[in-house]
Design a protein. Structure first.
Length: 142
């Protein structure tokens, strides 16, 4: 097997035992965004600072992807497809991030639940490298 490679450079801290998404903050309007962009999507400011976003947030909404996505980035085989959770996570900075979820059982998901960023394998590329992406996992509450 090859090495582990992030799905996209500068999307999240890598390698990291406590990963964080890399977003932007505009010094003009103070708005945060993800992913990092060169211009502010809120005010079109031309300077954006790179920031590491909070690892935890709240599940804003979600669904279970029960059919094979018709376009990339899904690159798996139709016969090996397994349903997966997809959600929007609201971070304390006010950013809402679309993400794959580590849970695909609808009975274990609810709006407002606490979630935490994790890194997980996404696929194996043609060279045998394990492509790593981010997802959000429910935080166990006791």
């Amino acid at each position: 097997m090859g090495k582990q490679i992030p799905i996209k450079e500068d999307l999240f801290t890598w390698p990291s035992a406590a990963p964080q998404l890399i977003g932007g903050r505009c010094p003009e309007c103070s708005e945060f965004h993800f992913p990092l962009q060169q211009n502010c999507p809120s005010c079109a400011g031309r300077k954006v600072d790179s920031v590491e976003l909070s690892r935890r947030g709240k599940l804003w909404t979600w669904t279970i992807q029960n059919f094979v996505p018709p376009v990339p980035p899904y690159t798996g085989e139709v016969k090996s497809f397994k349903p997966f959770g997809v959600g929007y996570i609201e971070l304390p900075e006010g950013v809402v991030v679309e993400s794959r979820l580590t849970v695909s059982d609808a009975s274990k998901l609810h709006i407002g639940m606490d979630m935490e960023l994790v890194l997980e394998p996404f696929r194996i590329d043609e060279q045998g490298n394990e492509i790593i992406s981010f997802a959000f996992a429910p935080i166990a509450t006791y």
